[in-house]
Structures are given as C-alpha cells and as structure tokens.
Design a protein around this ligand. Sequence first.
Ligand code: UGY
Ligand code: MN
Length: 248
Amino acid sequence: MEISALTRSVVKSNHAVIAPDGYINSNVPGWTGCTVNVIINEAMGANLCQTLITLNKDGKLIGSTKESQIFFYVVKGKTKATVGGTKKVLSTGQFVYVPPKKAYKFEDVEEGTQILTFHKVYEKLVGYAVPNILFGDAAKVPGPSYLGDDALRLQVLLPDNLSFDMAVNIFTYDSGGHLPMVETHIMEHGLLYLQGQGVYMLDHQWYPIKKGDSIWMAPYCQQWFTAMGKEPAVYIYYKNVNRFPTVQ
Ligand code: UGY
Ligand code: MN
C-alpha cells in the first residue's frame, strides 16, 4: 500500500497544483446527487473559482448566477442543460456560458458525468453589452497553430470581443511541444488537464503534471510547459481578459 502522506499537490501564495488524490467534497446549495470539488477560489487568494462536479444518475445542478458568470464544460458524460429557456443535451467537449443573473438547470445525466466550471465576477464595460448565453462544442472550434509552432494548437472557446472579461481556451501540445517563452503576465489562470502529461514550471519550480490535475496561476506567476509521453497533452484553461485594472 502506498503511504498516504505522499502527494504531488502543492498550494503556494502564487500558484497551486491540485491532484485528485487530495479532494474533499463540498456541498453547494442546489447542486444535488453529485460530488463537488472546489479546486480554486478566493480562499486561496484567487480571483476566480474552478470546480469539478461528478454526478450520479439522479444528479442535478439547479441555480442562478448572481454577480458571477459561469462557464460549464462537460469533461465526460452527458446531461440535459436548460439555460434561459433553451434546452440542449451536452456531451463530452460541449459547453455553455451563463452570464450574470440567469437561471440554469442540468439534469437527466449519465452516471459519472463530470462537469468543469469556471466562475468570475463580471466587470461591465461602458458601451458594451453583457454577453448572451452561449452554447458550444469544442470539437467544432478551429485549433490553429500557436505563434507559428505546429506542435502547439490553441482553441478559443468564447468570442474574442470586449463584452467578455474572461476567456476559456483549450491548448494542445504534441509530445515535446513547449511554450515558446516563460510567460510573465498580469492575467490569472485556472486550468484542468484533459489528456496526457508533461512538466510545468511555475514560479521557477518544476512539477510533473498529468490528466486530472488542476493548476492555479496567480497574476505574474511565471509559467512554462513542455509536453512529454506518447500522446498530446491537452489542457483547458481560464484567463481574465479585456479589462484594464489600474485605478483611474
Ligand atoms: O494564454 C496564455 O496566457 C497561455 N499561453 N498560458 C499558459 O498556457 N500557461
Ligand atoms: Mn499564460
């Protein structure tokens, strides 16, 4: 038996790696018949929330967004989603973006369905409308090469316009593919590995990472990644965008 004091998870002031072995479930009012792991949120110093929900056959997520917008992404399985009067069946790789002050319901789920959520308090921009509800399918989103490197492909799941203050992207790295630079930026990330493995550098510390792991990167947490192994590494990530933070 492996000693239970071992884990790859770390929680630091400007980044965290959360492996599934340390999950402790939370109860979220309105989310029933499921386990909920709150992986990133303001209690750790973040400005976003990331959860991973695993639903039983009778599981339901019923609620309304308030000041926050929520991006729901089906990691695996199938569910019926009703948002703002529109009903759709969502399966692996499909998603719905729910803006602030909208009701949502997920029901009729396949046993074991997993849903990833990213939540952010919406910051309105004068002259721009609050975004509408948006259903989508990652399989239909193009993945052009990133900065001219064919080993890296970036899919942008939400529209790239100033109404949105968050982005959700899927980054695919062929084995050996790596970020072209050590990124040093104000934007924050929450991230879930969907496939494969590799090594992440966070604030000049090196972490082996694989499918199922999550990462939080605070603003200015320096970051670099290289994919390893025999299959491409794929992660879905959140980023705050399009708002200038300096007090005027
Ligand atoms: O969009 C990004 O900042 C992205 N390249 N960061 C990352 O993958 N760590
Ligand atoms: Mn980045």
